[in-house]
Ligand binder design. Structure first.
Ligand code: ATP
Length: 448
């Protein structure tokens, strides 16, 4: 059963070192979080799983890691300078600023200013002179530099349609009201694929990506029963989109977007191209006077084709929250006590195996435990750690709570006959196994 409320997740994240408020010791910075020792592992594992499913499992998808600092022309022609904004109102009574659609009931209508557009992009000065002219944006999404690198990637990899470019990385949005823990933040990470297809093949590719993305979420432990699909109605679609399906998840605070899958037509490549009039662009694009490249490919008759783009775009933090929420389980035990257990899929677990000497600081036992750890680390399945607290019950509880799938206990018998106790997180079953067979057993359990 998922967590009852966000507070339980926030408390667990702080207590166990998943997530901390950024700049905590100075009062924090709103809408910005730091990922602690366990958080960084879970986050990396989510991104790795996404990367594998995109780049390693599809021969026609390549990866990219583009810069965060972004040439303003990119965000001019993408439309972000003009349209990436929210209408805002100021309340003259409480002196606060709100999104026009999110004014709290306490503020009276007559105290509100007329709505004004507020751009969500962060700017930063570039170079030694801070005169307001020499600036770059911190990218508000990872997608745009995938488009601007379209030609570089085609030329260097000889890809033909259909093919995709995948990227994960930071994005920055000056959200007016960051809220709901890591759901809406000002600095976050995205996992975005831009999948280029021949116009006409776009609708089929779009539905196929919706299905692939759902399958992926289910494999990460987010079941279909917690997901709803939102077919964005025409009047709510972004100006470039022909169709968008949002994957909505039942977060502790309500049902909201986890990932959007948009058919962006030829808007992006068309917008960033030179000589647009030669390209038969479908979308309505601003005339580009600055690009030095045609982001199009030649068809067999020598004519230009601007590919359509299907974009599955997911937020790492929102994925993190959904996965944490789904895996968070409170179980009643036979002795009447409760345990919290994170039933994370093994490939996402921050720590894969904890090796626990039954007696704290017993030199022989600790040495044997370390020997086992060395062997298991060589399997390269992720973190394998020593848990040397001497309290076996507490150690199991801790590792249940952080989602460690397997604990291995070394005791006096182990020193004689090389047997160890293997404990399974979910069933809590314990079995005695020969330590020489550990490699095989844990590989099976972790690489599910
Ligand atoms: P919303 O309507 O919730 O503001 P959006 O439609 O603006 O989201 P997109 O621009 O489609 O979001 O971005 C793609 C994905 O990036 C979203 O599905 C979400 O997972 C993630 N994302 C967007 N904004 C934020 C944010 N402020 N904090 C965390 N994740 C975000």
């Amino acid at each position: 059963m998922p967590a009852k409320n966000m507070d339980e997740l926030v408390a667990l994240c702080k207590r166990r070192g998943f997530i901390f408020q950024s700049g905590d010791i100075y009062g924090g910075l709103q809408g910005v979080y730091d990922f602690g020792p366990l958080g960084v592992e879970l986050k990396n594992n989510i991104k790795q799983s996404w990367w594998e499913s995109m780049v390693y499992e599809n021969e026609n998808i390549e990866g990219l890691d583009s810069s965060i600092l972004t040439n303003p022309l990119i965000l001019k022609y993408s439309g972000h300078e003009d349209t990436f904004s929210d209408p805002m109102v100021d309340c003259k009574s409480c002196q606060k600023r709100f999104r026009a659609d999110q004014v709290p009931p306490e503020c009276k209508e007559e105290d509100l200013t007329e709505p004004r557009q507020f751009n969500l992009m962060f700017k930063t000065n570039v170079g030694p002179i801070d005169d307001g002219d020499n600036f770059a944006y911190l990218r508000p999404e990872t997608a745009q530099q995938i488009f601007t690198n379209f030609k570089n990637i085609i030329d260097s990899t000889s890809k033909t349609l259909p093919f995709g470019i995948a990227q994960t990385g930071k994005a920055f949005r000056n959200e007016i009201t960051p809220r709901n823990f890591i759901f809406r933040v000002r600095e976050f990470e995205q996992m975005e694929l831009e999948y280029f297809v021949t116009p006409g093949d776009d609708e089929e590719a779009h539905s196929s990506w919706v299905q692939k993305r759902l399958d992926w979420w289910v494999n990460q432990g987010v079941p279909m029963k917690s997901i709803q699909l939102y077919d964005v109605p025409k009047d709510e679609l972004a100006h470039y989109s022909k169709k968008t399906i949002d994957i909505m998840y039942e977060f502790p605070h309500g049902v909201e977007e986890l990932e959007g899958i948009a058919n962006r037509t030829d808007f992006d490549l068309g917008s960033h191209s030179k000589k647009q009039s030669e390209l038969n662009i479908n979308a309505s694009v601003t005339k580009n006077k600055d690009s030095n490249s045609k982001l199009a490919i030649k068809d067999e008759n020598g004519g230009w084709v601007v590919p359509f783009v299907i974009e599955p775009s997911a937020g790492v933090e929102r994925g993190f929250l959904a996965i944490l929420n789904e895996s968070f389980t409170v179980e009643k035990l036979s002795d009447g006590k409760e345990r919290i257990v994170l039933k994370l899929k093994p490939h996402l677990a921050p720590i894969k195996i904890a090796v626990i000497p039954l007696k704290k600081n017993n030199a022989e036992m600790v040495a044997y435990a370390k020997k086992i750890i060395k062997k298991l680390q060589a399997l390269k399945i992720g973190r394998v750690v020593l848990e040397n607290t001497g309290n076996i019950g507490k150690s199991y509880r801790k590792h249940d709570e952080i989602g460690t799938p397997v604990c291995i206990t070394v005791d006096f018998e182990s020193l004689d006959d090389k047997s160890v106790t293997l404990r399974d997180r979910d069933s809590m079953e314990q079995s005695r196994v020969d330590s020489n067979s550990l490699n095989e057993i844990v590989t099976k359990k972790i690489k599910l």
